[in-house]
Design a protein around this ligand. Structure first.
Ligand code: CU
Length: 135
């Protein structure tokens, strides 16, 4: 009869070991999550920045982004159409959107640093001098 409690004790110890083992995967999951967070920190994901075209203007007119980022122009001007054309009027554009009617959008990826001045080829007298600065 006295052997029975001893056997039960042994069972308790084994159960305790099992509990410790069950905790180990949780610690591993925690350590796995930490390197993932660390990896994400130095990797700068490209960002898409929105510029709204409305009331014969680009808003914001000046935007500063990082190399690799994109700018997406959202055409929200009714009753007319616009372009997003890099460079001064009469110059060969580095980039140029197709004709943008209301609801259209145009995205350009800026891989290289620099200051990109752009205008609307359809309203080059009033919609000009907008800039994308790529750092
Ligand atoms: Cu225009």
């Amino acid at each position: 009869m006295r052997l029975v409690p001893i056997v039960l004790c042994a069972g308790c110890l084994e159960f305790g070991d099992l509990v410790d083992i069950e905790r180990l995967p949780n610690e591993e999951e925690t350590s796995i999550t930490t390197p993932d967070d660390t990896d994400e920190t130095p990797i700068v994901e490209p960002v898409t920045w929105d510029v709204v075209i409305k009331d014969l203007a680009f808003e914001p007119e000046e935007i500063t982004i990082s190399a690799g980022d994109s700018v997406r122009w959202l055409m929200e001007d009714g009753g007319t159409f616009h372009f997003v054309t890099e460079g001064d009027p009469n110059a060969e554009p580095v980039f140029e959107s197709p004709r943008l009617d209301i609801g259209d959008d145009y995205t350009h990826v800026f891989e290289n640093q620099g200051v990109y001045v752009y205008h609307c080829a359809n309203h080059s007298l009033v919609m000009r001098g907008a800039t994308v600065t790529v750092e």
